[in-house]
Design a protein around this ligand. Sequence first.
Ligand code: PLP
Length: 384
Amino acid sequence: MPYQEDFGVEQFMDKYEEGIQHNLGETCCFSISLGELAKLSGNTFELDQDLQLTYGSIKGSDKLRSLIASMYGPEFNKDNVLVTNGAIAANFLIYYTLVGPGDHVICVDPTYAQLYSVPKMFGAEVSLLKLQKEDGFIPNIETLKKMIKSNTKLIIINNPNNPLGSAISTETLNDICQLCEENNIYLHCDEVYKPIFHSMPEGKSVPLSGCQLYDKAITTGSMSKAFSCAGLRLGWLISKDTQMLRDAASRRDYNTISVGMVDDKIAQYVLENREPLLKRNFELCLDNLQLLNSFIQESQGRFEYVCKPEAGTVCLLKLNGISDSMAFGKFIAEEYKILAVPGEAFGIPGTLRIGYGNSKKDLLEGLPLLQKAYDVWLGKKTNN
Ligand SMILES: Cc1ncc(COP(=O)(O)O)c(C=O)c1O
């Protein structure tokens, strides 16, 4: 059996999610019910009671794949899309299809650990491209260029970035694509937080998707984050490389068959009514980010951003004076019922990943408690 390292972030969330009261760990925009979406959009979801519950369409229904394709521009159609059980399955499928022993893979760091851990598990040699403060926490093209080897098969990026909230501009994406093209390398762009680009700095525009810029780029997306529907467990991969998609579909036959046909129908309804939902989620992220900004400003140096978030729903907070954030993360979960993911899950101790796309109540109640816990923790440590 190939060795697979533990998925720290998922294990931490799984252990504490159920017992907590203040969820500052959530990565999804506040999850929505069908009733609330009906109110927002004026259209109700109706399920045909005579619908026969077969496996449904194996790759995802034509209608759903067309809806997904339409979000990436007129050059895409349903044949460019493969539907999966969440983006987590789409990401896995890309690595299952493309990489193995003898291949070299480059992946940004920090990021969602699946993106470097699974290629390693499939036998690839993985090099991490460290995102640096002086580059605005986006890939440095010169460093990337130097990391490419003759056997580099795949470069993996995550835009917007989990956990930093940084965003890669179209210009930098173009540079990455050009490097890939010159060296015949596939590009995987995990874009599960697209299109929540809510706080782009002046002069930095909302980026295009990797799949729009390069024929051998594969973008993965999801109903979970921007569309508030993690419960559907529905994601996708989209690419102009139809041969890669055929190979991926062939691999997928062994572990998926199809996504649930009811989930497929609900996803169609959500995407058809996405405008008011995205408006709600943009406003929620912006409002909550303001709360977070004020909290940090008023914290008198206790907390600071590692990177001021530009997009997505998460950011990393530096805990000044606390280096063991894993112990602190457990402490706040157990004693204060607050969930926030320790930076150790991303290789950055002394930080916490905060999700600010969740309900306002979680932040309004959770942030003051977090500060209280911080003071108690440091007092406790000093007294010991
Ligand atoms: C960057 C990234 N990719 C993929 C996923 C998995 O998303 P999904 O719920 O669509 O499986 C996550 C979930 O947190 C994520 O942060």
